[in-house]
Design a protein around this ligand. Sequence first.
Ligand code: SF4
Length: 474
Amino acid sequence: MIPRCHDFTRNVARALSNRNLQSAISRTTDRFLSHRDAAVRSFPGDFEAAREAASQLKLSVLRDLDVHLSRFIEEAERRGASVHVAHDAAEAREIAVRIAQEEGVKLAVKSKSMATEEIALNEALESAGVEAVETDLGEYIIQLAHEAPSHLIAPAVHKTREEVSQLFVDRLGEPYTEEIPELVAIARRHLRDKFLSAGMGISGANFLVAETGSIAIVSNEANARMVTTLPRVHLAVASIEKVIPKLSDLPAMLRLLTRSATGQPISSYVSVLTGVRRPGDLEGPSKLHILLVDNGRSAILKGKYREILKCLRCGACLNICPVYQTIGGHAYGWVYPGPMGSVLSPLLLGLREASALPDASTLCGACADVCPVKIPLPDLLLELRGDARAQGHRTPGEVAGMKGFAAMMGRAGLLEAFERIAGVVSQLLCKDGKIPWLPFGLSGWTDRRDFPAPAVQPFRKLWKIKRGIAPWNR
Ligand code: SF4
């Protein structure tokens, strides 16, 4: 997927005019959030203490990431896996394509994986003559629509049921139905042959367990199990920060992940996959390749943004974010949307491409409140805004505005004159205490909401009156 974060403003305008998108997103995010609230209330134990423990665990892993990764690689290889490390997306694509070609694969079935989206693996496989079919229902839908995921755990969240029904008619030649069980049955029927004839299964990984060299995958559809056990070859693609030290660390992380994501105490399927198929095993791949993707994470690890690497990809910060709820995931222009994406995308792609994303936040702090591993998202967003300005990523309007503001704040007389003029003008534009329309470049404030009218008496004047400063000094 080619990043289009620099088109953020245009993407947002398009998203705001799409009413279907907003109603589909708010329906799903509201449901996820209410389930999460219920799951937190019924959490067996102290939820805050569990978040703190998970945060500390992830921080300790990040401190010694190289040690944990070496252990993971050693243990996975001891159990028959081949582990590959890719420094960037291009190298990751090259390795994955080479594996497919060496194994003579023509068809690969995939289960949901943000890492493969990040490295644009599907496109690379297609160009090498390998068909890659998504098997998670949401991913299958957006693949049919030639779109990218718009949510970390609900990739087709932006689509209404009617849109999915029409898509199945147009792309699969199926009769129109809006019945969800029938839509699921159609997808299942189309995917069944793919599962049975695929030469390779491609999955992501929610966690990599260093102690045993295992891959842990959570899902609510059985597709991940089919992908990882039916085909002869399994390729797991995971970013390097997914490692955790021990198998005994897994339950604590899982119970936070699933509760934060969908409000479930545990997801329908949790697969812990260790090594290749052994003699006597009923199922499993005879070849297991694990592709560890760095793609800029080692650099993030060394700097002030390292806490973003604690992210479990639960999606809770997206669900609660008023900006995400309004514009959906595609507006962010790349694979990672919402508050976590507004931090991670500029770090992985560079501020030149994605400097607009950190501005897409009200800094209300709700994302940090729900994050199961306590990532200080608003602090990181503010820090990124500072870096973006320091590197000169500002629009001409912003530069002029800031210069004018600085000049005004440095001269008391100018500021008072401005306050007086603003007071008069705002009264002319004001209706019921609000300004419904602002002229010229300021209309962005009022296109979709009212601007609160400034007070008639400026604060500084009121302050002087209150302090009893002589009228001639006011
Ligand atoms: S930043 Fe936190 S809340 Fe957002 S997806 Fe990651 S773990 Fe979940």
